[in-house]
Design a protein around this ligand. Sequence first.
Ligand SMILES: [Zn+2]
Length: 165
Amino acid sequence: MSVIDDTLKANEKYAQAFNLGNLPMPPARKLAIVACMDARMTVEQMLGLKTGEAHIIRNAGGVLTEDAVRSLIISYKLLGTREFMFIHHTDCGMLTFKDEQLASSLRKSTGTAAVVPAAFHTFSDTAEDVRAQVEKARSHPWIPKDIPVRGFVYDVKSGRLSEVK
Ligand SMILES: [Zn+2]
């Protein structure tokens, strides 16, 4: 049996006890988070959030990609979020390779180039990259200046979140 089959079994149990069917669509705490997809972060548990309280946008690195911008804009404009948070973390996989390295390895193994993704958004300094994402969000013309944007690094060893100033 595959892992996906296991998850389907687990979902059957989940659905039997489910009682969150009446939550409204807008996040109750008006918070949107862009976080790395790292499997060691359970964002809701880390931050004391419950189902229905926040938008959590995840990708490799927790980067403000074109798709993450799209989601943040929809999040505030149509669903009323009022604060944005970026979360990177220690020991991130994005520190372990370079964009060009991965692209060239893919070109070699597949024998072809690809237009997208245009970048993998690797970084070499975690805190510095959090600052860069915060800056990108703050300076985006479609993100209002009155939405606070704050950046953090999560320590996968201690479970603690530190703000990047
Ligand atoms: Zn990561």
